[in-house]
Design a binder for this molecule. Sequence first.
Ligand code: ADP
Ligand code: ADP
Length: 221
Amino acid sequence: MLEIRNLSKIYPNGTHALDNFSIDIKSGEILAIIGGSGCGKSTLLRLLSGLEQPTRGESRLDGRLLLKPDAQMNIVFQEPRLLPWLSVEDNIGFGLRHLRVEDRRERIQAVLEAIGLAGYGRRWVKELSGGQAQRVALARGLVTQPDVLLLDEPFSALDAMTRTELQDHLLDLWTQRQITMLLVTHDIEEAALLADRIVVMRPWPGRILDEVQMTLPRPRD
Ligand code: ADP
Ligand code: ADP
């Protein structure tokens, strides 16, 4: 269970980006967060990932206070944000340096296959297309087997075919291992396809406006 309690963020310039945001997210739940630009969606994910500190409030994962970047909470952005001087497998394996070489390689191969990039491990990331690079970013988010995946518009820069394919991969991965996901998206169809619950936010300051529990059967049911 991920418990978010009264999370507020006021940036140094005075922008009140998030106001008293509270929600409980069950283990294995996929929560979509929608709302116009400036609602505080990215701020929420950055606070949960530990990239940014809240002005007030706290979050707990299975009772444990989240204070700094946490191996159990990975974030994937709209842009891949890969390290251009490293190969695909070194980008993905960055968070696995504590593992033995063979174990690391095995994990990387598995995640490359799961995401449709088998055989690409030795490529340089600068040789990849935008869609391939975003697959690598998703693989990097998954490879440490986090409890929670924070997805900030992960598919919105992709062409429609790649987007559908990656949505399918994500659902397959969820079927294998019920990872909790927070998905920020502008795409209502994507939210309806992937999410168990949809939260709608409104800005100035960022708050929850409404919440919809999805009851329709989804592809994974
Ligand atoms: P969203 O992801 O919903 O578009 P953001 O979380 O990016 O919303 O932004 C929420 C508000 O906070 C916006 O008004 C935005 O301009 C502001 N904001 C975001 N990041 C910063 C920052 N680092 N410094 C100041 N204001 C910021
Ligand atoms: P995303 O594309 O994930 O929504 P944003 O565009 O919200 O990301 O933010 C990208 C970066 O710009 C972040 O580091 C954020 O802190 C910063 N930023 C966003 N809005 C503002 C703002 N109004 N003032 C200063 N920095 C901002």
